[in-house]
Ligand binder design. Structure first.
Ligand code: ACO
Length: 325
């Protein structure tokens, strides 16, 4: 039996910062509305010509350096993205090439804002089964490229960025228990009946164009709170743990009100909830690894801590990952 241990993480944010005040010059909005409704103060936006694979590559290099693992030793790259460089090939293969790797398998996972949790789950299953030994899981997005910059109800919510983790399959002696380090469980869900609440109105097979993000904000909000709570409960139950065992909530960063309601559900004080939405906005599949990288980098998250990750996105898709750091 193998267990997937996170041995390194990294992140990358484009240098250009766009504040709420900057956006108010473009659309009919203001800083107070955006802050009150979402908690967002600013976001990073990729430069012209800077692609999702560039962001993902930078994050991957940092994660490899932190893990002390050479790119050649990686035999699986899973890149979670809904904003690939091109329709095909997978952005993961461009990152693989950028890392100078000649071997291993690289592919993308598309689950929108739940993408990182989906990617972790896929890689974890490869490592547990022994089909791979060392994996890179990357969340990388350039949502600025699919926003309708005339639509104030969506363009203020998102940003660009990337985060990555290195996972290593570690042989485990004895039966699994909640004290083991590594990924303890992942729970994934989807329900395609909610397509119209959050989607992009274009694609190769429908319009032969990229399209723009469309969202029923209230509907998404309502479902997010309920669905993510279910995924969190499932993770705790599967591991025989209670909310009191969780040290850190590392949630998808869409809206501070959603994040706070999830923190309350776990009875966690606000300083045990990792928040980056104020500075990064919603970076979709990149938001969890960006938040994780920040809290690991500044020493908040320490070895042995129990981390709950949860996310929900278009589809709808949703899920959770429980990780002992
Ligand atoms: N600036 C000023 N006013 C605005 C803006 C804006 N940027 N956007 C919308 N408004 C107006 C609306 O036009 C509306 O005006 P009206 O009452 O005159 O019609 C008013 O504000 C209220 O709009 P609502 O959409 O009802 O506002 P709500 O309180 O629901 O907040 C929000 C909107 C922030 C989008 C919220 O619904 C939300 O966060 N939903 C979750 C969506 C989300 O996070 N999606 C990301 C992908 S999925 C995920 O990551 C979980």
């Amino acid at each position: 039996m193998f267990r997937s241990l996170v041995t390194g993480c990294g992140a990358y944010l484009p240098s250009q910062v766009v504040t709420n005040a900057d956006l108010s010059k473009r659309v009919d909005t203001d800083d107070a509305w955006i802050r009150q409704r979402t908690g967002i103060c600013q976001r990073h936006i990729a430069a012209e010509g800077e692609m999702t694979s560039d962001l993902g590559l930078a994050a991957a290099k940092e994660a490899l350096a932190q893990a002390g693992v050479a790119a050649d030793a990686i035999d699986l790259i899973v890149c979670a993205t809904s904003t690939p460089d091109e329709t095909f090939p997978a952005t993961a293969t461009r990152i693989q090439y950028g890392l100078g790797m000649a071997g291993g398998a690289a592919f993308d996972v598309q689950a929108v804002c739940s993408g990182f949790v989906y990617g972790l789950s896929v890689a974890d299953n490869f490592l547990r089964s022994g089909q791979a030994s060392k994996a890179l899981v990357i969340g990388a997005e350039t949502f600025s490229r699919i926003l309708d910059w005339e639509d104030r109800s969506t363009c203020v919510l998102f940003g660009d960025g990337a985060g990555a983790v290195v996972l290593e399959g570690i042989k485990q002696d004895g039966p699994a228990n909640g004290k083991d380090r590594g990924i303890l469980s992942t729970h994934l869900y989807s329900d395609g009946s909610h397509h119209d609440a959050l989607y992009v109105d274009g694609g190769p097979s429908s319009t032969q164009s990229v399209g723009h993000l469309r969202m029923e904000g209230r509907e998404v909000f309502r479902h997010a709170v309920v669905r993510m709570a279910e995924a969190v409960d499932a993770a705790l139950e599967a591991n025989g743990l209670t909310p009191g065992d969780v040290d850190w909530l590392v949630p998808h960063q869409a809206n501070i009100r959603i994040i706070e309601s999830m923190g309350k559900r776990l009875n966690l004080p606000s300083d045990r909830v990792v928040v980056t939405v104020d500075r990064h906005a919603n970076t979709s599949a990149a938001s969890i690894p960006l938040a994780l990288n920040e809290a690991v980098g500044d020493g908040r998250i320490r070895s042995g801590d129990l981390l709950m990750m949860e996310a929900m996105g278009g589809g709808f898709t949703w899920g959770s990952a429980l990780v002992r750091w």
